[in-house]
Write a protein that binds this ligand. Structure first.
Ligand SMILES: [Zn+2]
Length: 270
C-alpha cells in the first residue's frame, strides 16, 4: 500500500535516521511533517505512576513559567485588541502549571482543562480547577492551547479540523507549542536530540506543516510564529554534559534554527 502524508496527503517523502538504534522516520517533501507507520499504544488514561516528587514538579513549573512568558509575549503582539475576558480550553494541561500562571496574567472567564489521565485529572480537580473529559462537554471558546500535545495524538489532523471548525469562536486563537525537527540540532545532530521520543510521538512538526495546513484548511491563518530552544537542564552526568554542549550550540545558532516554536493560528471571523 502506498504511504501518504497524514497531513497533506502527498506521497513524496524521504527517510531520516534519528537515533543510535537506527530508528527512522519519514519526512513529507511537501509539508515537512515527520511521521512513521509504527503502531503505538501508550495508555495515557491509566498511566498512574507519573512523577510527583518536588524536584520534578519544580522542573515542570520552571518549564511552564518559561512557556507562559513566551505565550504572553506572543499574545501581547497578536491579541492586544481582543475583548477580554477569554474562555480558554487547554488540552493536556498535565499538572496545571500553565493555567495557574496564565490566569494571573490575563483575565479569564472559564479555563477548561481537558485531561485524559485519570490521576492528573483528579489532581487538577482537587486544586479546584475545571476539568472536562471530552470536547463535547463545552461550547466554543476564544482560545485553545496545546503545549507539546499534538504529537501524541494519532489523528492529530482530525483534532485540528474539529477544534477549528467546532470549538473555536470566530476570531479565536489556537496556540500550539511544538518541537521543530528542522532546527539545527535535530537536523545536524539528530542522535543527540531529545525531541524525537518515537515511542510516544506520532508526528514531528516544523512551522511549514501549519502553513500548508492553513493553506488547505482555509478556516484559519497563522498570526505569529516564535522560535525557542527546548529546555535543556544540565546535570553532572554524561547526559548532562551532552545537554551543556547542546545548550552552547543553541546559544550560537541563529534563532530560526531553534528546535521548538509557538505558533498562533487565528480562526477567520466570517
Ligand atoms: Zn505532508
Amino acid at each position: 500500500m502506498q504511504i501518504t502524508c497524514p497531513f497533506c496527503g502527498s506521497s513524496h517523502y524521504r527517510s531520516k535516521t534519528i537515533d543510535w538504534r537506527l530508528n527512522s522516520i519519514l519526512i513529507c517533501c511537501n509539508c515537512e511533517l515527520g511521521f512513521d507507520e509504527r503502531h503505538r499504544e501508550v495508555d495515557y488514561e491509566n498511566e498512574l505512576t507519573l512523577p510527583l516528587d518536588e524536584k520534578t514538579l519544580a522542573k515542570y513549573y520552571r518549564f511552564a513559567q518559561r512557556s507562559t512568558g513566551m505565550l504572553n509575549a506572543a499574545l501581547e503582539s497578536t491579541a492586544r485588541d481582543q475583548q477580554m475576558p477569554f474562555n480558554i480550553l487547554e488540552i493536556g494541561p498535565g499538572y496545571g502549571f500553565m493555567s495557574e500562571l496564565l490566569t494571573k496574567k490575563i483575565e479569564v472567564k472559564n479555563y477548561y482543562h481537558l485531561e485524559l489521565n485519570q490521576m492528573l485529572a483528579k489532581r487538577l480537580e482537587r486544586q479546584g480547577k475545571t476539568v472536562i473529559r471530552s470536547l463535547d462537554a463545552i461550547d466554543r471558546v476564544d482560545m485553545v492551547i496545546l503545549g507539546h500535545v499534538l504529537e501524541h495524538i494519532g489523528d492529530a489532523k482530525a483534532l485540528l479540523d474539529n477544534l477549528i471548525s467546532s470549538k473555536l469562536a470566530p476570531g479565536g486563537y489556537l496556540i500550539l507549542f511544538q518541537t521543530n525537527h528542522a532546527g539545527f540540532i535535530p537536523r545536524y545532530l539528530p542522535m543527540l536530540w531529545y525531541g524525537w521520543q518515537v515511542v510516544q510521538h506520532h508526528y514531528h512538526f516544523t512551522p511549514r506543516v501549519f502553513e500548508k495546513y492553513c493553506h488547505v484548511n482555509q478556516q484559519a491563518s497563522i498570526v505569529s510564529v516564535n522560535m525557542y530552544s527546548l529546555d535543556l537542564e544540565a546535570s553532572f552526568s554524561i547526559k548532562g554534559l551532552v545537554k551543556i554542549f547542546l545548550k552552547v550550540v543553541n546559544l550560537i545558532i541563529p534563532e530560526n534554527h531553534y528546535d521548538a516554536f509557538i505558533i498562533i493560528l487565528q480562526k477567520a471571523v466570517r
